[in-house]
Design a protein around this ligand. Structure first.
Ligand code: GDP
Length: 140
């Protein structure tokens, strides 16, 4: 399975702004197949656990507060070269630096509130998918 799945979240800013439909349409049009998906909300504890790798970063507290501030859409996506192609589709972390037409260029408002998450490696895609979904909730 390694290599052909990635994990994404539509973050609270984009959900609140009504962009779930637009973002999912762009994901589908780019050739990704939805393998698992749910509308959910992270507790501060869960958000902290998900982003534990950033614990020492100055923005960690802000990130945890933001990611637990409202509903998110969590999804597992399948495509050849999923991780890299999805990072290209979403654009740079800072929307000011994101390429034109990318999801973050279109929907993100700041480096913190940047509309979507995308896994940064095949290994993390597996870990993050398992964090949110059981095997019986993924339909490959
Ligand atoms: P990503 O892989 O592009 O999501 O970026 P990172 O792994 O570097 O950071 C994870 C998330 O932390 C980002 O998507 C942002 O939501 C948040 N983040 C990163 N840098 C900053 C920052 O300088 N300030 C704030 N408030 N949040 C940040």
């Amino acid at each position: 399975m390694a290599g052909n799945i990635t994990f994404t979240m539509i973050k609270p800013d984009a959900v609140k702004a009504g962009h779930i439909g637009g973002i999912l349409a762009q994901i589908n049009e780019a050739g990704f197949r939805i393998v698992a998906m749910k509308l959910t909300k992270l507790s501060a504890e869960k958000a902290g656990e998900f982003y534990a790798v950033h614990k020492e970063r100055p923005f960690y507290g802000e990130l945890v507060e933001f990611m637990s501030s409202g509903s998110i859409v969590a999804a597992v996506l399948e495509k050849d070269n999923a991780v890299e192609d999805f990072r290209t589709l979403i654009g740079a972390t800072n929307p000011a630096e994101a390429a034109e037409g990318t999801i973050r260029a279109k929907y993100a408002t700041s480096i913190g509130e940047n509309a979507v998450h995308g896994s940064d490696s095949d290994e993390n895609a597996q870990i993050e998918a398992s964090f949110h979904f059981s095997v019986t909730e993924m339909f490959k």
